[in-house]
Design a protein around this ligand. Sequence first.
Ligand code: SF4
Length: 321
Amino acid sequence: MREYAFELALCGELESEERLLARQLGAHVQGRRIVDVVTVEPGPAFERRASITDGTIPPVAIEAPVGPGSARRIKEVFPNRRPEERQRIVERAVKADFFERERCDGDPAVRQVCRYPDAWFDRLVGIENKPDLDRPGDLQAQLRTDVSLGIFDEVVLATASHVTGAHRNRIPEEVGIWQFDSRTGDREVLREPEPLDPATAGVEILDRQPGRSDIAIVTADQKRRVRRRIAERAYGKGWRTFELPACGQCAPEGGPDVAVPYCQWAGRIVDPASECGTDCAGHEPADPPEIDHVARRAERSAWRRDPEGQRRRQAGLDHFG
Ligand code: SF4
């Protein structure tokens, strides 16, 4: 729970109009690596991407062999998917205003509403939170994997601990180190990260046993696709993935901009999804605190809420053309 509270406080502190933030995103190709926090810096085509949808555009739709020029039959676009899977993908992509439905000789078909702007994001930074370095768990192996895989432009370890020389020696030298105080919001850079190279092949460590490691070589193209998946997921998800509970003991902390779920009864930040509800011993029925997390996200980050959408925009241009 300490790590959860630390993570929310760090996200509240890092949020800015110059970036996007998201928590708990997969950053692997064949293995399984969930990174605590990811920051995404906008690239030159950011406005175009933001104009399509405020949610995630499904990566499988982005990678599908269909463009904006002419419609293609759905069964040809996704030949190896079951019909219900195809429908699910198409529904999500239509909902994201990225595909539109048409017909090709009576068969259901799709077309991209607009070309996907690959250059919408620039740098991705992966942040691993470990408030207490004396209980490191898999930290060292996780950071080694992040560095050798090189999906991120930089990797940082954030901790509340006093960082000793012994700690530093166990942390790969490419990984930056931040000391963060979650109560005051003070963040000190103890070591700058070294840039990684996402544009070249990497090595993914899949399993590590004494005396041997299972690895996979990951191509630059695979990394490019994973980076896009991470950036898309981050765009749709954000970091406020919690609902403030309908409980009189909830007193959001950090002001309305951050508003993390502090519980007066428990005396700490709680995880509403797993801890709150009528069966909690301290629960007091009440309306949830009136805080609009979506509005805060729009104000405080690069994310754009409820864009016009390229389809509506183009329909409008046709109308006036
Ligand atoms: S439900 Fe329990 S844990 Fe959640 S805010 Fe209320 S008292 Fe705290």
